[in-house]
Unconditional design. Structure first.
Length: 381
């Protein structure tokens, strides 16, 4: 019998599913007797299978696990998994109650990998920085207990790993097992000058103050041929109206808010039209957007305090801090980077993918028992 590795995908994170599982499949060590199975908690089964088919992922029913969207059903499944010889790869955090549930399955901890990103990392950090109250401590205790006992923890960036260790102490093992964006071009698509510059600000609804300075910088180009797009289809929904109001006040009819989800292929086509991508927030988010932009010659700006700025510099990519925006002329903002710089950025994304591959190899080596290694590999199609 092969060794099962279950990928727990929250139903609300379906937009990430293809990149989650496909990266795991593509980086599974060759020759290992391992089957990777997607597990979906929450969401409608028909909706999920429809999304899989739309992404070209046609799984047999017995290859997927669908768990009813209740905490009791998830807890029962975790208890069964704890009795099996199998491993769990947890993508983000499916629910704020998850650490309470996992705390009741101590034998599963060493067979669990957590791919930590987004709110799963930043919410505990922000709560602790704001000051722990008795109620917050109730939520924090199972998180602090489980995370350092997991078999391996992955973060998208080293800064996130340092942030986690400052909260819970040393991790058992750490890897950079993040996701490769499916659908990137095989070769550089050079950016050429265009009559009207298309600017994309962010990738999700963030805090209005993150957008304010960027919109003010772009607003100085009063008569410039420019359209500013702002994807706002998910994230902090309570901020959407304020961001839209700010954008329209400072940019007028050149501001184009995007509040509806877009099919992935359509989003790729949209991103190919973007001349400049600006990531306005300080957190390590939006990596898929940055990787795609750098692969098609787009000029990229990243918030000065984001750990991604240092990382992409380390990859050899010529990205700029958002603090440089106010001093730029419109010509500097709108002129494509030289071809050699665009190629340098494209090569940097290749190095990003190599490091991702190495991180997943490390993750599998930690989770899969030696007896299942170096045999015939089996993966879901």
């Amino acid at each position: 019998m092969p060794f099962n590795v279950y990928h727990l995908i929250p139903g609300r994170s379906l937009q990430h599913f293809k990149n989650c599982l496909m990266t795991g499949q593509q980086t599974s060590p060759p020759g290992w007797d391992v089957v990777q199975r997607p597990v979906f908690w929450g969401g409608q089964k028909g909706q999920i299978t429809g999304r899989l088919q739309a992404d070209g992922l046609n799984f047999e029913q017995d290859e997927c696990v669908f768990i009813d969207g209740t905490h009791r059903a998830l807890w029962r499944w975790l208890r069964r998994l704890a009795r099996d010889e199998a491993a769990l790869v947890m993508h983000s955090v499916p629910t704020r109650y998850f650490w309470f549930l996992l705390r009741t399955c101590p034998s599963l901890l060493q067979r669990t990998a957590w791919i930590g990103w987004g709110a799963g990392v930043y919410n505990p950090w922000k709560q602790r920085e704001a000051g722990m109250t008795p109620l917050k401590w109730v939520w924090f205790k199972p998180f602090r207990y489980c995370v350092p006992r997991l078999g391996i923890v992955s973060s998208h960036h080293q800064e996130d790993a340092r942030r986690l260790e400052s909260m819970v102490g040393p991790l058992t093992s750490h890897a950079t097992a993040r996701y490769n964006l499916q659908g990137l071009p095989d070769r550089l698509e050079p950016r050429q000058p265009t009559p009207t510059i298309n600017v994309c600000v962010g990738h999700r609804a963030g805090k209005p103050e993150d957008y304010q300075a960027v919109f003010e910088s772009l607003g100085q180009f009063t008569d410039a041929p420019m359209t500013v797009h702002a994807p706002l289809s998910y994230g902090h929904r309570e901020h959407v109206d304020t961001v839209i109001e700010t954008g329209r006040t400072l940019l007028g009819d050149r501001f184009h808010p995007m509040t509806e989800f877009m099919p992935l292929d359509d989003y790729f086509r949209f991103m190919r039209t973007i001349d400049t991508l600006i990531m306005p927030g300080p957190w390590a988010q939006g990596g898929f957007n940055i990787n795609f932009a750098l692969s098609v010659g787009t000029r990229v700006f990243i918030h000065d305090e984001s750990p991604m700025l240092e990382e992409y510099h380390g990859l050899g990519c010529d990205v700029m801090a958002t603090s440089h925006l106010p001093a730029l002329s419109f010509q500097e903002l709108s002129t494509p980077q030289p071809l050699n710089v665009q190629q340098q950025n494209f090569d940097g994304i290749g190095l990003y993918h190599k490091r991702t591959h190495d991180g997943w190899q490390q993750l599998f080596a930690r989770l899969v028992p030696t007896a299942y290694q170096k045999q015939e590999v089996k993966t879901c199609p």
